[in-house]
Write a protein that binds this ligand. Structure first.
Ligand code: ZN
Length: 316
């Protein structure tokens, strides 16, 4: 694969992920930051507050499958065992007693609830849409299906390590939750880490993953003072392990090839009181990235990388 970094030596456990990411970035032959014309999950707005910009869930309506009906759950590739399995040794393992909240971006039902998900909610800095549909590949594999699949795999891996895992949604409600409720779920759980799973909806040719972490925001109900530092570390850990596990490179269109992007305009981060990041696993609107995102084998690697990043973060 173009971004195969599998031959890279494994960094020491405490090696900052940003260094590993930097090595991955060096493999890129093109480092030109390309303007994003189609806002995906992250909106690619860069650092700092961007009132009125796209929410974490945003994408252009054109990204939705025609007819606004969600594609069948799952992809066209064979499924490996999902995350439905229970941990073999609940409460035991290196992550015993640790709580991880997984936030699968969007909801397969959002397509059918435009009015509800378009209503604005208070995100501290301003107000934004409750949620959006998420993006999709050009042939209709929805981000909502992708995020649930990766989240199930991630849950299985974390529970095997003894973690207590909770979801913000599991396709088990008509739509949502709204971004403010997603944040509240993590807060109420007293989570040690919250990871929101997404895939981006950027332009063709924009490739790779990035991990979004919160900027310092203190306005209204938002105060990220206590979570900026640990969230950044969580993001670095995940980015480094994601490179190793998937062989994917950091995004070539955002974050300066670091795989990291600090943002102050996302309600799901601004309203969090516990360490939280968004993982944009790839760009669904790029054919090569889409082929990876559709692959169950690749999704397993993605979940593995995220799980390892969380684990190293929690175990310090
Ligand atoms: Zn998204």
């Amino acid at each position: 694969m173009p971004y195969d970094l599998s031959q890279q030596p494994s960094p020491r456990p405490r090696l900052l992920a940003s260094r590993a990411v930097a090595r991955g970035g060096a493999a890129l032959t093109v480092a030109v930051l390309t303007a994003v014309t189609l806002a995906g999950c992250g909106g690619s707005s860069g650092s700092g507050a961007a009132p009125g910009g796209p929410e974490e869930t945003g994408t252009a309506p054109s990204a939705a499958p025609s007819g606004a009906a969600p594609a069948p759950r799952g992809s066209d590739t064979p499924e490996t065992p999902s995350g439905d399995a229970k941990p073999a040794t609940p409460g035991r393992g290196p992550l015993a007693g640790r709580v991880v909240v997984i936030d699968p971006g969007h909801n397969p039902g959002n397509f059918r609830h435009a009015r509800e998900i378009n209503r604005h909610v208070d995100i501290g800095t301003n107000s934004k849409e409750c949620d959006t549909t998420g993006t999709a590949t050009n042939d209709g594999y929805t981000e909502a299906a992708f995020t649930l699949d990766v989240s199930h795999r991630l849950r299985t891996l974390l529970e095997k390590q003894g973690a207590t895992v909770r979801f913000t949604q599991d396709g088990d409600r008509p739509y949502g939750p709204c971004v403010d409720e997603r944040a509240r779920i993590g807060n109420a759980a007293g989570a040690d880490a919250v990871v929101s799973i997404h895939a981006d909806g950027s332009g063709s040719g924009n490739r790779g993953f990035h991990v979004i972490h919160p900027a310092l925001v203190k306005r209204g109900a938002a105060d990220t003072t206590e979570i900026v530092g640990p969230s950044r570390e969580l993001a670095e850990r995940i980015a480094g392990k994601f490179v190793q596990a998937t062989g994917s490179a950091p995004a070539n269109y955002i974050g300066g090839a670091t795989g990291l992007d600090e943002r102050g305009d996302l309600g799901g981060l601004n309203l969090s009181t516990v360490p939280k990041v968004f993982v944009e696993c790839g760009n669904m609107r790029d054919a090569k990235d889409a082929a990876l995102l559709r692959s169950s084998q690749w999704r397993q690697k993605a979940a593995q990388g995220i799980a390892e990043g969380i684990t190293t973060y929690l175990l310090g």
